[in-house]
Ligand binder design. Structure first.
Ligand code: NAD
Length: 502
């Protein structure tokens, strides 16, 4: 079945503010206004009135009240599950509206975003189930004593999300957190608040009690900083860049607050001569150009075995040049614009960086003229001289592929691991030994063999090295978002030394 373009448009709010305690916050008289722009047309969609430290404080106090006194953490799990399932259903009911707002604000192609909306609904369903299966431990080995261990929600989370896939990523932050009985304050990216505001409204329409999810909007240095530094939060869940992750971990560390960090990547996509050529080609294009190339798990370093590299690179470049660039709201668009002007300029600057590092430009490297306006660039690919080149070491975060050639399996694994990042790796080979060696020896949180990205919610997702701390997943999220409590009770009474007794 061919997918349809978006069926209709939906209204955008005239001004984005915060949503605290279940209510929209009136814009403060003072405060920064940030223009929210459609990256496909450069038109201003709306304005965001930034939340300052005082507004963040109100949001944290609301989340604190909902946690310390509200029904959410104390609710029978079946009732909490009903609300989480209702959130799933409401997200599905409003799927086209959410997809529309997301495409409009991020420039992500509709076909990707529809997938993200389906997944966000699934996230709530899945973690509702995980939370309903939380159980404890009992110990009876010590004679005369029963010790039992219970898990309790940890408290109020600061959840911070990036702009590259707001619905998919912010929903993951919230869906791994609140099912266990926690409450949170969500701060999405200041570039892409449109779908986020609607998402949090939908949570409340679905029956979420006020204060469980509060939304604050604004820049990282102002709103984000006030949230992370707030003494009223108990933990921080962050998805974003490695530099920001470092700053957030340092700020949270000063208050001894635990952090879970999902950060950047420079993932290798290794194509062996034993690969199914056509599948590896499809996979390589998908892994770097999906989501406009703005994805942490992009296969941005494409390592090709020298015996097939000429043929593979030629085929890749030919296909890259035919990618359909266009309006993100059309279902057949494959590549939309980059999210904002400075980001486009940064991505394009790597064409020059590549050249000065001795890399060869294979295609792209400039703005696209396919659309009259917008931050579109041509799908780009370069061939680097070696893995020390900046285009092999730094996350570019756009439709920008870097090729490297290798000769042996050992060499491929060494190059793949020679990175400060360790988020994911892709491997293409029909040789089982090659696949198994890569699975064992690659230092990354996920290894995809003969498949592009396939997110298994039951498995942990996260990075080694500078790609993060912690994982999203049933066990890992349970560990992060709950506290363990041991209760020890004597069964037969306890004999004690009686200090001071005659
Ligand atoms: P970013 O780090 O610039 O911003 C992320 C969020 O942090 C934004 O909401 C921003 O406002 C906020 N922020 C910035 N400075 C802050 C501060 N000092 N205190 C508190 N909050 C602050 O990232 P981005 O540019 O929005 O997103 C792209 C990055 O995210 C890429 O590096 C990408 O790889 C990474 N990412 C990682 C994953 C993953 O699962 N590992 C997923 C998606 C994106």
């Amino acid at each position: 079945m061919t997918e349809l373009a978006i069926t209709r448009s939906f209204p955008t709010v005239p001004q984005v503010t915060s949503l605290i305690d279940g209510k929209h916050v009136a814009p403060r008289a003072t405060g920064e206004d940030i223009e929210i722009v459609n990256p496909a047309t450069e038109a201003v969609l709306t304005r965001l009135r930034e939340a300052d430290a005082e507004e963040v404080d109100a949001a944290v106090r609301s989340a604190r009240r909902a946690f310390d006194q509200g029904p959410w953490p104390r609710m029978d799990i079946n009732d909490r599950k009903d609300i989480l399932y209702s959130i799933r259903d409401h997200l599905r009911k409003h799927a086209e509206e959410l997809a529309y707002l997301e495409c409009l604000n991020t420039g992500l192609p509709l076909q990707s975003v529809r997938g993200h909306v389906a997944r966000m609904a699934r996230n709530f369903e899945f973690f509702a189930e995980v939370a309903s299966n939380v159980h404890g431990e009992t110990y009876t080995q010590t004679a005369g004593f029963l010790t039992y261990v219970t898990r309790e929600p940890k408290g109020v989370a600061g959840c911070i999300a990036p702009w590259n896939a707001p619905l998919a990523l912010a929903s993951m932050r919230v869906a791994t957190c609140i099912p266990f009985g926690n409450t949170c304050v969500l701060k999405p990216s200041e570039y892409t608040p449109l779908s986020m505001l609607r998402m949090v409204e939908i949570f409340h329409e679905a029956g979420l009690p006020p204060g469980v999810v509060n939304l604050v909007n604004g820049r990282g240095a102002v709103t984000g900083n006030a949230l992370v530094a707030h003494p009223g939060i108990d933990m921080v869940g962050f998805t974003g860049g490695t530099v920001t992750g470092r700053a957030i971990a340092a700020a949270a560390g000063r208050n001894l607050k635990p952090v879970a960090l999902e950060l950047g990547g420079k993932s290798a996509n290794i194509i062996f001569d034993s690969a199914n050529f056509e599948q590896a080609l499809d996979g390589a294009l998908d892994s770097i150009y999906r989501n406009n190339g703005q994805q942490c798990l992009a296969g941005s370093r494409i390592l090709v075995q020298r015996s097939i590299s000429k043929r593979f690179i030629e085929a890749f470049v030919e296909r890259a040049r035919r990618i359909r660039i266009g309006d993100p709201l059309q279902a057949d668009t494959e590549l939309g614009p980059l999210a904002f002007r400075q980001h486009m300029e940064r991505v394009l600057s790597f064409a020059e960086v590549a050249r000065s590092d001795g890399a060869k430009l294979l295609t792209g490297g400039k703005r696209s003229t396919a659309q009259p306006r917008g931050w579109f660039i041509e799908p780009t690919a370069v061939l680097a001289a070696d893995n020390d080149a900046r285009v092999c070491r730094e996350e570019i975060f756009g439709p920008f592929a870097t090729f490297l050639e290798f000769d042996t399996l050992d060499e491929a694994i060494t190059i793949a691991n020679a990175s400060n990042f360790g988020l994911v790796n892709y491997v293409w080979s029909q040789d089982l030994n090659v696949a198994m060696r890569c699975s064992r020896d690659i230092r990354a949180g996920t290894v995809w063999i003969n498949t592009p990205m396939m997110r298994e919610l039951r498995a942990p997702f996260g990075g080694y090295k500078e790609s993060g701390i912690g994982r999203d997943g049933p066990q890992a999220s349970l560990e992060f978002f709950t506290e363990l409590k041991a209760t020890i009770i004597p069964i037969d009474g306890v004999k004690m030394h009686r200090f001071g007794a005659p």
